[in-house]
Design a protein around this ligand. Structure first.
Ligand SMILES: Nc1ncnc2c1ncn2[C@@H]1O[C@H](COP(=O)(O)OP(=O)(O)OP(=O)(O)O)[C@@H](O)[C@H]1O
Length: 260
C-alpha cells in the first residue's frame, strides 16, 4: 500500500476578509504528484496553507484520507509544508536540525543521530552532517530541509515553490532528488510553481488555476510522467505550448511548438 494519503478539496472557499482567494474542488490520489500552476497571486499558497490547517475555509472542506483538516482528527498533522525559504534552525548543524524533527516524531534519543545521518546521506549530504546551515549553499540547505521533512514521515508534502530561489542547475538536481525520494516513500505531493517546465517534469497531473480567486480551469494528465529525457521530446514542447496558451501567456503562445 502506498504511504501517501488521499487529499480532497470539496467546494473549498478561502477568503481574506471579503476578498475571495480560492474556490476549489480537487481530488488527489494517494501517492500522486499534483502540480498547481497559476498566475502570481491567484491563491496557490493559500490553498496549501488551508491544507496545512493554517487557514480556516469560509465554506467547503479540505480532507486528508477522509478526515477534515483542522478538525479533531488532526488530518493536517499528516501534512508537511516545504517553503522556498528554508526554515532551518541556524544554530544547529544539519544533523541536529534533522534530529530535532525526529524528536518531534518521538524517535528515542539514542536512535536519532543514526537516522538523521541516513536521511542526510539519502539526500546527498554525506560529509556535511556537522555543518551549520550558514556554511551550506542554498541547494544544500534545501536538501537538509527535505531530509528534515522526510524525518516527520509525512503522508502529504505541500511544497510551495521550494526550488524557486535556486539556480537552474541546482534546481534540476533538486527536481531529480525529489522524484527519487518520492519513488521511495510514495508520499502524496502537492507542488506549487509558476514554472511550466518544472510542472511538466514533476507532475502526474497539472492543475491549471485561474487568476484570483483561484478556480480550477483545467486538469492536464501527463501520460508516462517523469521519463528521463522527456523534456527533449517534441511531445514535451507541444504540451508546454498548450499549457502556456491555455494560461493566456500570449508572447509564449505565439511561439510555435516546433520553434520551442
Ligand atoms: N494574510 C493575507 N491577508 C490578506 N491577503 C492575503 C494574505 N495572504 C495572501 N493574500 C492575498 O491573497 C491572494 C492569493 O495569495 P497567494 O499567496 O495564495 O497567491 P499565490 O498564487 O501563491 O501567489 P505567488 O505565485 O505570487 O506566490 C493574493 O492577492 C494575496 O495578496
Amino acid at each position: 500500500m502506498s504511504a501517501g494519503a488521499q487529499v480532497r478539496l470539496e467546494g473549498l472557499k478561502l477568503a481574506f476578509g471579503d476578498m475571495p482567494a480560492a474556490e476549489v474542488d480537487l481530488d488527489v490520489r494517494p501517492g500522486e504528484i499534483v502540480v498547481l500552476l497559476g498566475p502570481s497571486g491567484c491563491g496557490k499558497s493559500t490553498i496549501l496553507r488551508a491544507l496545512a490547517g493554517l487557514l480556516t475555509p469560509t465554506a467547503g472542506r479540505a480532507e486528508v484520507d477522509g478526515k477534515p483538516v483542522g478538525g479533531r482528527g488532526g488530518a493536517d498533522m499528516a501534512c508537511a509544508m516545504v517553503f522556498q525559504e528554508d526554515a532551518l534552525l541556524p544554530w544547529r548543524s544539519a544533523a541536529r536540525n534533522v534530529e530535532y524533527a525526529l524528536k518531534l516524531r518521538g524517535v528515542p534519543r539514542r536512535q536519532r543521530r543514526q537516522e538523521a545521518e541516513e536521511l542526510l546521506a539519502q539526500v546527498g549530504l554525506e560529509g556535511f552532517f556537522d555543518h551549520l546551515p550558514g556554511q551550506l549553499s542554498g541547494g544544500m540547505r534545501q536538501r537538509v530541509q527535505l531530509a528534515r521533512t522526510l524525518a516527520t514521515r509525512p503522508r502529504v508534502m505541500l511544497m510551495d515553490e521550494p526550488f524557486g530561489a535556486l539556480d537552474a542547475q541546482t534546481r534540476s538536481e533538486m527536481q531529480q532528488l525529489l522524484v527519487s525520494v518520492w519513488r521511495q516513500y510514495g508520499t502524496t505531493i502537492l507542488f506549487v510553481t509558476h514554472d511550466v517546465d518544472e510542472a511538466l517534469l514533476l507532475a502526474d497531473r497539472i492543475v491549471l488555476l485561474s487568476p484570483r480567486p483561484a478556480v480550477v480551469r483545467e486538469i492536464v494528465d501527463i501520460p508516462g510522467p517523469r521519463r528521463p529525457g522527456a523534456q527533449f521530446e517534441p511531445e514535451f514542447a507541444r504540451r508546454r505550448y498548450e499549457i502556456l496558451a491555455s494560461m493566456g501567456d500570449a508572447p509564449a503562445a505565439e511561439l510555435s511548438p516546433e520553434g520551442a
